[in-house]
Design a protein around this ligand. Structure first.
Ligand SMILES: *[C@@H]1O[C@H](CO)[C@@H](O)[C@H](O)[C@H]1NC(C)=O
Ligand SMILES: *[C@@H]1O[C@H](CO)[C@@H](O)[C@H](O)[C@H]1NC(C)=O
Ligand SMILES: *[C@@H]1O[C@H](CO)[C@@H](O)[C@H](O)[C@H]1NC(C)=O
Ligand SMILES: *[C@@H]1O[C@H](CO)[C@@H](O)[C@H](O)[C@H]1NC(C)=O
Ligand SMILES: *[C@@H]1O[C@H](CO)[C@@H](O)[C@H](O)[C@H]1NC(C)=O
Ligand SMILES: *[C@@H]1O[C@H](CO)[C@@H](O)[C@H](O)[C@H]1NC(C)=O
Ligand SMILES: *[C@@H]1O[C@H](CO)[C@@H](O)[C@H](O)[C@H]1NC(C)=O
Ligand SMILES: *[C@@H]1O[C@H](CO)[C@@H](O)[C@H](O)[C@H]1NC(C)=O
Length: 288
Protein backbone atom coordinates (compact mmCIF):
# COMPACT_ATOMS: atom_id res chain seq x y z
CA UNK A 1 0.00 0.00 0.00
CA UNK A 2 2.52 2.49 1.21
CA UNK A 3 5.00 1.80 -1.60
CA UNK A 4 2.34 2.13 -4.29
CA UNK A 5 1.43 5.53 -2.96
CA UNK A 6 5.04 6.65 -2.89
CA UNK A 7 5.77 5.41 -6.39
CA UNK A 8 2.72 7.27 -7.64
CA UNK A 9 3.90 10.41 -5.94
CA UNK A 10 7.52 9.96 -6.95
CA UNK A 11 8.74 12.41 -9.52
CA UNK A 12 11.60 12.24 -11.93
CA UNK A 13 13.67 15.20 -12.89
CA UNK A 14 13.55 14.91 -16.61
CA UNK A 15 17.17 14.87 -17.64
CA UNK A 16 17.47 13.34 -21.04
CA UNK A 17 21.26 13.23 -21.11
CA UNK A 18 23.33 10.34 -19.86
CA UNK A 19 24.76 10.41 -16.34
CA UNK A 20 23.08 10.58 -12.98
CA UNK A 21 19.36 10.92 -13.05
CA UNK A 22 17.92 12.54 -9.96
CA UNK A 23 14.53 11.56 -8.61
CA UNK A 24 12.63 12.86 -5.63
CA UNK A 25 9.44 11.97 -3.85
CA UNK A 26 6.66 14.27 -2.72
CA UNK A 27 6.16 12.05 0.32
CA UNK A 28 8.22 13.00 3.37
CA UNK A 29 9.72 10.18 5.41
CA UNK A 30 12.44 9.36 7.95
CA UNK A 31 16.00 9.22 6.66
CA UNK A 32 16.11 5.40 6.87
CA UNK A 33 12.82 5.05 4.99
CA UNK A 34 13.96 7.62 2.46
CA UNK A 35 17.08 5.60 1.78
CA UNK A 36 15.05 2.42 1.45
CA UNK A 37 12.74 4.22 -0.97
CA UNK A 38 15.76 5.22 -3.09
CA UNK A 39 17.27 1.76 -3.07
CA UNK A 40 13.96 0.13 -3.98
CA UNK A 41 13.12 2.43 -6.85
CA UNK A 42 16.47 3.81 -8.05
CA UNK A 43 20.14 3.26 -7.14
CA UNK A 44 20.56 5.05 -3.80
CA UNK A 45 20.06 8.32 -1.97
CA UNK A 46 21.81 11.23 -3.67
CA UNK A 47 25.58 11.53 -3.20
CA UNK A 48 27.27 14.91 -3.76
CA UNK A 49 30.99 15.12 -4.43
CA UNK A 50 31.57 18.72 -5.48
CA UNK A 51 30.07 22.20 -5.23
CA UNK A 52 29.18 21.93 -8.90
CA UNK A 53 27.11 18.80 -8.29
CA UNK A 54 25.53 20.44 -5.27
CA UNK A 55 24.46 23.44 -7.34
CA UNK A 56 23.26 21.26 -10.17
CA UNK A 57 21.06 19.20 -7.84
CA UNK A 58 19.60 22.30 -6.19
CA UNK A 59 18.79 23.81 -9.57
CA UNK A 60 16.78 20.72 -10.51
CA UNK A 61 14.72 20.36 -7.33
CA UNK A 62 11.47 22.27 -6.81
CA UNK A 63 11.86 25.18 -4.39
CA UNK A 64 10.27 24.86 -0.97
CA UNK A 65 9.39 27.71 1.29
CA UNK A 66 10.05 25.99 4.61
CA UNK A 67 10.79 22.75 6.42
CA UNK A 68 10.75 19.92 5.49
CA UNK A 69 13.42 20.04 2.81
CA UNK A 70 15.28 17.11 1.21
CA UNK A 71 17.40 14.37 2.77
CA UNK A 72 20.84 13.79 1.21
CA UNK A 73 23.07 10.72 1.49
CA UNK A 74 25.57 11.86 4.12
CA UNK A 75 25.35 10.59 7.69
CA UNK A 76 27.19 9.36 10.77
CA UNK A 77 26.40 6.93 13.59
CA UNK A 78 27.84 8.69 16.60
CA UNK A 79 28.62 12.21 17.70
CA UNK A 80 32.41 11.82 17.34
CA UNK A 81 32.32 10.15 13.93
CA UNK A 82 33.12 11.89 10.66
CA UNK A 83 30.31 12.75 8.27
CA UNK A 84 30.45 10.08 5.58
CA UNK A 85 28.72 9.75 2.22
CA UNK A 86 26.90 6.59 1.20
CA UNK A 87 28.45 4.60 -1.58
CA UNK A 88 32.22 4.94 -1.34
CA UNK A 89 32.58 6.34 2.19
CA UNK A 90 33.83 9.65 0.83
CA UNK A 91 34.05 12.44 3.41
CA UNK A 92 33.82 15.34 0.98
CA UNK A 93 32.43 18.56 2.46
CA UNK A 94 32.86 21.84 0.63
CA UNK A 95 33.79 25.17 2.24
CA UNK A 96 30.31 26.45 1.55
CA UNK A 97 28.34 23.30 2.25
CA UNK A 98 26.98 23.90 5.73
CA UNK A 99 24.46 26.61 6.44
CA UNK A 100 25.43 29.29 8.94
CA UNK A 101 25.98 27.87 12.45
CA UNK A 102 25.60 24.31 11.18
CA UNK A 103 26.14 21.53 11.95
CA UNK A 104 24.91 22.40 15.44
CA UNK A 105 24.04 18.88 16.60
CA UNK A 106 21.03 20.12 18.51
CA UNK A 107 20.31 17.64 21.37
CA UNK A 108 23.44 15.67 20.34
CA UNK A 109 21.36 13.41 18.15
CA UNK A 110 21.51 14.98 14.70
CA UNK A 111 23.23 12.47 12.48
CA UNK A 112 21.44 13.05 9.18
CA UNK A 113 21.56 15.97 6.75
CA UNK A 114 18.98 17.94 4.80
CA UNK A 115 19.67 20.37 1.98
CA UNK A 116 17.85 23.69 1.95
CA UNK A 117 16.21 24.22 -1.40
CA UNK A 118 14.62 27.61 -0.90
CA UNK A 119 15.03 31.07 -2.33
CA UNK A 120 16.98 32.62 0.53
CA UNK A 121 20.63 32.94 1.48
CA UNK A 122 20.86 29.36 2.76
CA UNK A 123 19.77 28.01 -0.61
CA UNK A 124 21.82 24.87 -1.37
CA UNK A 125 23.35 24.73 2.11
CA UNK A 126 23.13 21.81 4.51
CA UNK A 127 21.67 21.35 7.97
CA UNK A 128 22.14 18.44 10.38
CA UNK A 129 18.86 16.97 11.56
CA UNK A 130 17.47 14.13 13.60
CA UNK A 131 17.21 11.07 11.36
CA UNK A 132 13.70 10.32 12.64
CA UNK A 133 12.35 13.58 11.25
CA UNK A 134 10.43 13.36 8.00
CA UNK A 135 11.80 14.94 4.85
CA UNK A 136 11.65 14.35 1.13
CA UNK A 137 13.97 11.77 -0.40
CA UNK A 138 16.25 12.66 -3.32
CA UNK A 139 17.62 9.66 -5.12
CA UNK A 140 19.85 9.05 -8.11
CA UNK A 141 19.84 6.39 -10.73
CA UNK A 142 23.28 5.40 -11.94
CA UNK A 143 23.85 5.23 -15.67
CA UNK A 144 26.95 3.07 -15.39
CA UNK A 145 26.46 -0.65 -15.74
CA UNK A 146 28.44 -3.72 -16.72
CA UNK A 147 28.14 -3.05 -20.43
CA UNK A 148 28.36 0.74 -20.61
CA UNK A 149 32.15 0.84 -21.09
CA UNK A 150 33.11 -2.15 -23.27
CA UNK A 151 36.72 -2.74 -22.19
CA UNK A 152 36.96 -0.16 -19.42
CA UNK A 153 35.55 1.02 -16.13
CA UNK A 154 32.67 3.43 -15.91
CA UNK A 155 32.65 6.69 -13.88
CA UNK A 156 29.52 8.72 -13.32
CA UNK A 157 29.67 12.41 -13.98
CA UNK A 158 26.93 15.02 -13.76
CA UNK A 159 25.57 14.87 -17.26
CA UNK A 160 27.52 12.01 -18.67
CA UNK A 161 29.49 8.93 -17.96
CA UNK A 162 33.22 8.62 -18.51
CA UNK A 163 34.94 5.43 -19.49
CA UNK A 164 38.49 4.68 -18.32
CA UNK A 165 39.84 2.21 -20.86
CA UNK A 166 41.92 -0.89 -20.20
CA UNK A 167 45.34 -0.83 -21.88
CA UNK A 168 44.94 -1.62 -25.57
CA UNK A 169 41.48 -0.09 -25.96
CA UNK A 170 40.21 3.37 -26.86
CA UNK A 171 37.09 5.29 -27.82
CA UNK A 172 34.58 7.09 -25.61
CA UNK A 173 33.11 3.71 -24.63
CA UNK A 174 36.42 1.79 -24.90
CA UNK A 175 34.89 -0.10 -27.77
CA UNK A 176 37.86 -0.02 -30.15
CA UNK A 177 41.10 -1.99 -29.96
CA UNK A 178 44.25 0.11 -30.47
CA UNK A 179 45.72 -0.35 -33.97
CA UNK A 180 49.33 -1.02 -34.80
CA UNK A 181 50.95 0.48 -37.93
CA UNK A 182 49.59 -1.34 -40.96
CA UNK A 183 51.81 -4.15 -42.22
CA UNK A 184 52.02 -3.88 -46.01
CA UNK A 185 51.92 -7.12 -47.98
CA UNK A 186 55.27 -7.67 -49.60
CA UNK A 187 55.96 -9.10 -53.04
CA UNK A 188 57.63 -12.12 -51.56
CA UNK A 189 55.26 -13.09 -48.77
CA UNK A 190 52.00 -12.46 -46.91
CA UNK A 191 51.14 -11.55 -43.33
CA UNK A 192 48.53 -13.80 -41.72
CA UNK A 193 47.01 -12.01 -38.72
CA UNK A 194 44.71 -13.48 -36.06
CA UNK A 195 41.10 -12.70 -36.99
CA UNK A 196 42.44 -10.70 -39.91
CA UNK A 197 43.05 -7.66 -37.65
CA UNK A 198 46.18 -5.69 -36.96
CA UNK A 199 45.01 -4.39 -33.60
CA UNK A 200 45.93 -4.91 -29.96
CA UNK A 201 46.64 -8.58 -29.21
CA UNK A 202 46.72 -9.56 -32.90
CA UNK A 203 49.52 -11.89 -33.82
CA UNK A 204 50.77 -11.68 -37.38
CA UNK A 205 52.96 -14.26 -39.04
CA UNK A 206 54.88 -13.66 -42.24
CA UNK A 207 54.51 -16.56 -44.68
CA UNK A 208 57.15 -16.29 -47.39
CA UNK A 209 56.59 -17.50 -50.93
CA UNK A 210 58.54 -20.48 -52.22
CA UNK A 211 62.20 -19.66 -52.55
CA UNK A 212 62.10 -17.01 -49.80
CA UNK A 213 62.85 -17.00 -46.12
CA UNK A 214 61.82 -14.57 -43.38
CA UNK A 215 64.55 -12.52 -41.75
CA UNK A 216 64.56 -12.76 -37.98
CA UNK A 217 61.40 -13.80 -36.16
CA UNK A 218 58.49 -14.30 -38.57
CA UNK A 219 55.85 -13.61 -35.87
CA UNK A 220 55.06 -10.25 -34.25
CA UNK A 221 52.32 -9.19 -31.86
CA UNK A 222 50.52 -5.87 -31.59
CA UNK A 223 51.09 -4.48 -28.09
CA UNK A 224 48.77 -2.35 -25.96
CA UNK A 225 50.61 0.88 -26.85
CA UNK A 226 50.04 0.31 -30.58
CA UNK A 227 53.59 -0.83 -31.30
CA UNK A 228 54.61 -4.15 -32.83
CA UNK A 229 56.57 -6.46 -30.53
CA UNK A 230 59.54 -6.55 -32.91
CA UNK A 231 60.89 -5.21 -36.19
CA UNK A 232 58.81 -5.96 -39.27
CA UNK A 233 60.11 -9.20 -40.79
CA UNK A 234 60.69 -9.33 -44.53
CA UNK A 235 61.14 -12.18 -46.98
CA UNK A 236 64.53 -12.62 -48.64
CA UNK A 237 65.40 -15.08 -51.39
CA UNK A 238 67.30 -18.25 -50.53
CA UNK A 239 70.24 -16.90 -52.51
CA UNK A 240 70.44 -13.79 -50.34
CA UNK A 241 69.89 -15.84 -47.25
CA UNK A 242 72.61 -18.25 -48.31
CA UNK A 243 75.01 -15.41 -49.10
CA UNK A 244 74.28 -13.96 -45.73
CA UNK A 245 75.02 -17.31 -44.09
CA UNK A 246 78.24 -17.72 -46.13
CA UNK A 247 79.24 -14.14 -45.43
CA UNK A 248 78.68 -14.71 -41.77
CA UNK A 249 80.64 -17.93 -41.96
CA UNK A 250 83.53 -16.18 -43.68
CA UNK A 251 83.47 -13.45 -41.12
CA UNK A 252 83.55 -15.89 -38.24
CA UNK A 253 86.38 -17.83 -39.95
CA UNK A 254 88.46 -14.64 -40.12
CA UNK A 255 87.52 -13.89 -36.55
CA UNK A 256 88.63 -17.33 -35.46
CA UNK A 257 91.97 -17.09 -37.22
CA UNK A 258 92.59 -13.74 -35.68
CA UNK A 259 91.66 -15.05 -32.27
CA UNK A 260 93.96 -18.06 -32.55
CA UNK A 261 96.86 -15.88 -33.61
CA UNK A 262 96.36 -13.52 -30.67
CA UNK A 263 96.17 -16.41 -28.23
CA UNK A 264 99.37 -17.86 -29.58
CA UNK A 265 101.15 -14.55 -29.26
CA UNK A 266 100.03 -14.19 -25.70
CA UNK A 267 101.20 -17.68 -24.77
CA UNK A 268 104.57 -16.99 -26.39
CA UNK A 269 105.01 -13.81 -24.47
CA UNK A 270 104.15 -15.54 -21.21
CA UNK A 271 106.62 -18.28 -21.97
CA UNK A 272 109.36 -15.75 -22.65
CA UNK A 273 108.74 -14.14 -19.31
CA UNK A 274 108.87 -17.47 -17.56
CA UNK A 275 112.01 -18.39 -19.42
CA UNK A 276 113.85 -15.33 -18.18
CA UNK A 277 112.67 -15.90 -14.62
CA UNK A 278 113.49 -19.60 -14.45
CA UNK A 279 116.24 -20.04 -16.97
CA UNK A 280 116.32 -23.80 -16.39
CA UNK A 281 112.72 -24.48 -17.10
CA UNK A 282 111.18 -24.38 -20.54
CA UNK A 283 107.64 -25.37 -21.26
CA UNK A 284 106.84 -27.99 -23.90
CA UNK A 285 103.35 -26.73 -24.05
CA UNK A 286 104.45 -23.42 -25.55
CA UNK A 287 106.67 -24.78 -28.22
CA UNK A 288 104.72 -27.92 -28.87
C1 LIG B 1 32.31 1.94 4.07
O1 LIG B 1 32.52 1.79 5.46
C2 LIG B 1 31.78 0.75 6.05
C3 LIG B 1 31.97 0.80 7.55
O2 LIG B 1 33.27 1.13 7.88
C4 LIG B 1 32.22 -0.58 5.45
O3 LIG B 1 31.47 -1.64 5.97
C5 LIG B 1 32.02 -0.53 3.94
O4 LIG B 1 32.53 -1.71 3.34
C6 LIG B 1 32.71 0.67 3.35
N1 LIG B 1 32.35 0.76 1.94
C7 LIG B 1 33.24 1.02 0.98
C8 LIG B 1 32.72 1.06 -0.40
O5 LIG B 1 34.42 1.23 1.24
C1 LIG C 1 33.75 8.68 -4.25
O1 LIG C 1 33.13 8.67 -5.52
C2 LIG C 1 33.13 9.92 -6.15
C3 LIG C 1 32.28 9.82 -7.38
O2 LIG C 1 32.52 8.66 -8.09
C4 LIG C 1 34.55 10.34 -6.43
O3 LIG C 1 34.58 11.59 -7.04
C5 LIG C 1 35.32 10.39 -5.13
O4 LIG C 1 36.67 10.66 -5.39
C6 LIG C 1 35.20 9.10 -4.38
N1 LIG C 1 35.82 9.26 -3.08
C7 LIG C 1 36.52 8.30 -2.48
C8 LIG C 1 37.07 8.62 -1.12
O5 LIG C 1 36.74 7.22 -3.00
C1 LIG D 1 16.87 22.51 18.89
O1 LIG D 1 15.69 21.74 18.73
C2 LIG D 1 14.51 22.26 19.35
C3 LIG D 1 13.36 21.31 19.09
O2 LIG D 1 13.72 20.00 19.28
C4 LIG D 1 14.22 23.62 18.78
O3 LIG D 1 13.13 24.21 19.48
C5 LIG D 1 15.42 24.53 18.90
O4 LIG D 1 15.19 25.75 18.25
C6 LIG D 1 16.65 23.87 18.29
N1 LIG D 1 17.82 24.69 18.49
C7 LIG D 1 18.60 25.05 17.48
C8 LIG D 1 19.79 25.89 17.83
O5 LIG D 1 18.39 24.72 16.30
C1 LIG E 1 13.92 28.50 -7.21
O1 LIG E 1 14.49 29.64 -6.65
C2 LIG E 1 15.63 30.12 -7.33
C3 LIG E 1 16.24 31.25 -6.50
O2 LIG E 1 15.30 32.22 -6.18
C4 LIG E 1 15.24 30.55 -8.71
O3 LIG E 1 16.37 31.02 -9.43
C5 LIG E 1 14.64 29.36 -9.44
O4 LIG E 1 14.16 29.73 -10.73
C6 LIG E 1 13.51 28.75 -8.66
N1 LIG E 1 13.12 27.50 -9.26
C7 LIG E 1 11.86 27.20 -9.55
C8 LIG E 1 11.64 25.87 -10.19
O5 LIG E 1 10.94 27.96 -9.31
C1 LIG F 1 23.99 0.26 -19.71
O1 LIG F 1 24.34 1.64 -19.78
C2 LIG F 1 24.32 2.19 -21.08
C3 LIG F 1 24.83 3.61 -20.98
O2 LIG F 1 24.37 4.27 -19.85
C4 LIG F 1 22.88 2.11 -21.62
O3 LIG F 1 22.84 2.65 -22.93
C5 LIG F 1 22.44 0.65 -21.64
O4 LIG F 1 21.09 0.57 -22.03
C6 LIG F 1 22.59 0.03 -20.25
N1 LIG F 1 22.33 -1.38 -20.33
C7 LIG F 1 21.61 -2.02 -19.42
C8 LIG F 1 21.46 -3.49 -19.60
O5 LIG F 1 21.10 -1.44 -18.47
C1 LIG G 1 29.84 12.42 -22.87
O1 LIG G 1 31.22 12.04 -22.85
C2 LIG G 1 31.71 11.63 -24.09
C3 LIG G 1 33.12 11.19 -23.88
O2 LIG G 1 33.24 10.38 -22.76
C4 LIG G 1 31.62 12.76 -25.09
O3 LIG G 1 32.05 12.30 -26.35
C5 LIG G 1 30.18 13.22 -25.20
O4 LIG G 1 30.10 14.34 -26.04
C6 LIG G 1 29.66 13.58 -23.82
N1 LIG G 1 28.25 13.94 -23.90
C7 LIG G 1 27.73 14.99 -23.26
C8 LIG G 1 26.27 15.19 -23.42
O5 LIG G 1 28.41 15.73 -22.57
C1 LIG H 1 38.59 -7.85 -35.92
O1 LIG H 1 37.89 -6.98 -36.78
C2 LIG H 1 36.52 -7.29 -36.96
C3 LIG H 1 35.95 -6.32 -37.99
O2 LIG H 1 36.75 -5.21 -38.16
C4 LIG H 1 35.80 -7.18 -35.61
O3 LIG H 1 34.46 -7.53 -35.72
C5 LIG H 1 36.47 -8.12 -34.61
O4 LIG H 1 35.89 -7.94 -33.33
C6 LIG H 1 37.97 -7.81 -34.52
N1 LIG H 1 38.60 -8.76 -33.63
C7 LIG H 1 39.39 -8.38 -32.63
C8 LIG H 1 39.98 -9.46 -31.80
O5 LIG H 1 39.62 -7.19 -32.38
C1 LIG I 1 44.68 -11.71 -25.98
O1 LIG I 1 44.47 -12.92 -26.70
C2 LIG I 1 44.48 -14.08 -25.92
C3 LIG I 1 44.32 -15.28 -26.84
O2 LIG I 1 44.43 -14.96 -28.16
C4 LIG I 1 43.36 -14.03 -24.89
O3 LIG I 1 43.39 -15.16 -24.08
C5 LIG I 1 43.53 -12.79 -24.06
O4 LIG I 1 42.43 -12.67 -23.17
C6 LIG I 1 43.59 -11.56 -24.94
N1 LIG I 1 43.83 -10.40 -24.11
C7 LIG I 1 43.08 -9.31 -24.13
C8 LIG I 1 43.46 -8.22 -23.18
O5 LIG I 1 42.15 -9.19 -24.90
Amino acid sequence: MQWTLIVLLGSSLAETTLGWMYHYSNESMTWANARQYCKTNYTDMVVIQSQEENNHLVSLLPNRTGSPYYWIGITKNHMNETWTWLGNNSTWIGNESWAENEPNNNHSTEFCVEIYVNIWKNRGRWNDEKCSNKKYPVCYKAQCNETACGRGTCRETINNITCLCEPGFKGDRCQTAVECPYLPQSDNGDFRCSEGNQTFNSTCQLKCHLGFLPTGSSTITCEANGVWSGPRPICTSYKHALLAVVGCGALSAVGCLCCCWMKRRKRKKLAQVRQTEEATCSSNEVHG
